[in-house]
Design a protein around this ligand. Structure first.
Ligand SMILES: NC(=O)c1ccc[n+]([C@@H]2O[C@H](COP(=O)([O-])OP(=O)(O)OC[C@H]3O[C@@H](n4cnc5c(N)ncnc54)[C@H](O)[C@@H]3O)[C@@H](O)[C@H]2O)c1
Length: 179
């Protein structure tokens, strides 16, 4: 399903936007989608990136103008070298690398978005949340379709059963099999 997001800005009537300098850990496919929307937002600039693949870093330079000395093959090196210039980080690595990246970003004191699924296990996710809480930073995840009708409609049968039986309607997820 394609989801089109429109960034609405009435710049004539808005207070000046505080600049937000964003870095990427993982500069592959979904990072390019994030960047395409961030570029529409006033005051946002993409200033650094880390990726294991040199080709992905080269693309950050040629397509998005990120300075070569702000592109790294190690996110630890990025945070250590240009961390003071970064306001927020988008973690867009493959799933297995989310946890170490999120924990490193938290320790660096930056707010962040982490792509979904945030972790490979509940235990891993708990470690990430603990690091975020200890650092006092913000972490959000990119579950675009949580509010979409086809997802919210899944909750309705639970609510109906709960109102009939008095059972808890606190179900947060379910697995649907279509035969
Ligand atoms: N929210 C959505 O709708 C949506 C859509 C697609 C993908 N995703 C998620 O986004 C994430 C990335 O997916 P993608 O399609 O962009 O994959 P991708 O393979 O195109 O990009 C991932 C990038 O991360 C880099 N990487 C991996 N480990 C790294 C590490 N330790 N340090 C630095 N860079 C590292 C890879 O080299 C690669 O360039 C996944 O978690 C995926 O589930 C979410």
């Amino acid at each position: 399903m394609d989801t089109e997001i429109t960034v609405i800005s009435d710049s004539a009537n808005e207070a000046p936007v505080k600049p937000l300098r964003v870095a990427f850990i993982g500069c592959g496919g979904i990072a390019q989608t994030h960047i395409s929307y961030l570029k529409k937002m006033p005051g946002v600039s993409i200033i650094a990136g880390a990726d294991l693949r040199q080709a992905a870093l080269d693309h950050m330079h040629t397509a998005h103008g990120v300075a070569k000395d702000h592109l790294f093959t190690s996110f630890d090196e990025m945070l250590a070298t240009v961390g003071s210039e970064i306001d927020a980080v988008s973690v867009c690595t493959s799933n297995g690398a989310h946890a170490p990246a999120v924990i490193a970003v938290a320790k660096a004191g930056k707010d962040m978005l982490c792509e979904k699924p945030i972790a490979m296990s509940a235990q891993e996710a708990e470690g990430m949340v603990a690091a975020v809480k200890a650092a006092g930073v913000k972490l959000t995840s990119s579950n675009l379709e949580r509010s979409a009708e086809f997802c919210t409609s899944v909750r309705k049968p639970f609510a109906a059963v709960a109102s009939r039986t008095g059972a808890s309607s606190a179900a947060k997820s379910c697995r649907v099999a279509v035969h």
